[in-house]
Design a protein around this ligand. Structure first.
Ligand SMILES: [Zn+2]
Length: 153
């Protein structure tokens, strides 16, 4: 193969600070990255898929949910992950956007709070040793939902 780009990356093995499940929506990418840095998540295993935490809470099919659970499993096995960040965001097209909530931001956020809760329950049921943290991103920042069902070590 022809080398077409030079960039030095660290080849050192790492333990992931968290597995991060988030939407591929480009509008919230920068906020997601900045937020993770602020949280001290410098080595995340990013699981970036349409809908983010929706793939666990309200998957389109069983395959989708199983695939995501397998990605978390791999993160644990390969990078000793102990935390999962579950994320969803405002105006997500997989939910029909803000419009699906009558352009009511409160209603939308409330719906996502339940979705994130369900995703956290699923993570807890499958990975009792992991802690799940829930976050909802808007175009103004990040909201956290109470850590749910996380087992105190
Ligand atoms: Zn989205």
């Amino acid at each position: 193969m022809n080398k077409i780009f030079h960039f030095d990356s660290s080849p050192e093995p790492y333990a992931a600070d968290a597995a991060v499940l988030c939407c591929f929506d480009q509008r919230i990418r920068l906020a997601t990255n900045k937020f993770l840095q602020r949280q001290g998540i410098l080595r995340p295993d990013m699981i970036v898929v349409a809908g983010g935490a929706k793939t666990l809470a309200s998957p389109r099919n069983d395959f989708e949910r199983e695939f995501i659970l397998e990605q978390v499993r791999m993160s644990v096995r390969l990078h000793h992950t102990k935390h999962v960040f579950l994320m969803s965001h405002s105006d997500c097209a997989t939910y029909g956007g803000l419009e699906a909530f009558g352009n009511d931001r409160q209603r939308e956020m409330e719906h996502h709070r339940h979705e994130l809760q369900r995703a956290a329950e699923l993570v807890h049921a499958n990975f009792p040793d992991l802690t799940a943290k829930c976050f909802f991103l808007t175009f103004e920042g990040v909201h956290s939902s109470e850590p749910i069902l996380s087992r105190v070590a």
